[in-house]
Design a protein around this ligand. Structure first.
Ligand code: URA
Length: 315
């Protein structure tokens, strides 16, 4: 415990000496901190003023590339990569190097794409996926996880839902290349399949998987420094706001929240809009108008010009 505290203090001092004035601590980190404080209080005699609590995660203060590879647990009839273990090491802890946006993003990209844990979670021939877009984007869209097309192309939102997202961005008067698009997850959550078979469908990431990938998302936010974030769908909202902060997407959709000091607008996932379109024209129009109202709020806050035509879409 004492060694962990010393390592944490040293790391914070080092960060301060490089000009860092604040660090973003996830809800999981706070929970770990509270647990550590509680265990210290129980283990030691009562003290008048408790000393600062060590972060248990200090155990993982090391370059991301030094993370131990997760050992997949083989399932019957499945290859190793077909059956990911549900145990992941603690989320990576790292500091972005100094430099311009491009060099910092490139550094991050190489860390994520070669990270042993990320690599162990993609099937052979498939790719780990980092966000794409303008590093000067005012608006950052965040979705759930790569799907079948995304893990083949190594780019988020390129399948049917991605094509709809690109059209939504176009309706806002922007090009896809002018925003930044990322995901909570950097790999497609696996569903065990018989050896050599392609995965059909997607599954929601586990809280542990989301927590593992979150530092990579935080780092992308740090590099891009967008004016605001749009979380598309319940998983993105859970990842950014914390699963316990709402019951259903309807509780937070259309509202401004915050993540890492950035305003976050929560809206529907384009996959949901596609499903509503399949349910019929009335359901489609209702869901699209609701989403569009959220995006109008985003455009206003980002200082984009809104035409009368844009205001009346889907009315
Ligand atoms: N859905 C997502 O949430 N992200 C993608 O990259 C693709 C589909």
């Amino acid at each position: 415990m004492r060694a962990a505290l010393t390592a944490l203090t040293d790391e914070l001092k080092r960060l301060k000496s490089t000009g860092v004035t604040s660090v973003c601590v996830s809800p999981e980190g706070i929970a770990a901190l509270r647990k550590a404080v509680a265990s210290r209080t129980v283990a030691s005699k009562p003290v008048a003023s408790p000393s600062p609590a060590p972060l248990r995660q200090t155990d993982s203060v090391r370059p991301a590339s030094a993370e131990p590879a997760r050992t997949p647990r083989a399932a019957e009839g499945a290859t190793k990569a077909d059956a990911p273990s549900n145990r992941l090491p603690p989320p990576p802890v790292f500091t972005l190097p100094a430099g311009d946006k491009t060099s910092r993003w490139e550094w991050l990209r190489s860390q994520v794409l070669t990270h042993p844990v990320c690599m162990a979670n993609v099937r052979p021939g498939k790719q780990v996926v980092l966000g794409v877009g303008s590093l000067d984007a005012k608006i950052m869209f965040i979705g759930e996880a790569p799907g079948a097309e995304e893990e083949v192309r190594g780019e988020p939102f390129v399948g049917p839902a991605g094509q709809l997202l690109t059209r939504m961005i176009g309706a806002m008067g922007l090009k896809r290349e002018e925003v930044y698009i990322g995901n909570i997850m950097n790999w497609r959550p696996q569903i065990p399949t018989p050896s050599g078979m392609e995965q059909v469908g997607n599954r929601e990431p586990t809280p542990e998987e989301m927590a593992f990938c979150l530092p990579f998302l935080r780092a992308q936010i740090e590099v891009v420094a967008p004016t605001l974030i749009v979380a598309v769908g319940a998983t993105a909202a859970k990842g950014l706001l914390g699963a316990g902060s709402f019951k259903t997407l309807g509780d937070v959709r259309g509202q401004w929240r915050e993540f890492c000091g950035k305003p976050v607008m929560v809206t529907y996932h384009p996959s949901y809009l596609l499903r509503q379109a399949a349910a019929g024209p009335a359901a489609e129009k209702k869901a699209k108008r609701a989403t569009w109202e959220d995006l109008l709020k985003v455009m206003e806050r980002a200082g984009l010009t809104i035409s009368d035509k844009q205001r009346s879409y889907f009315l």
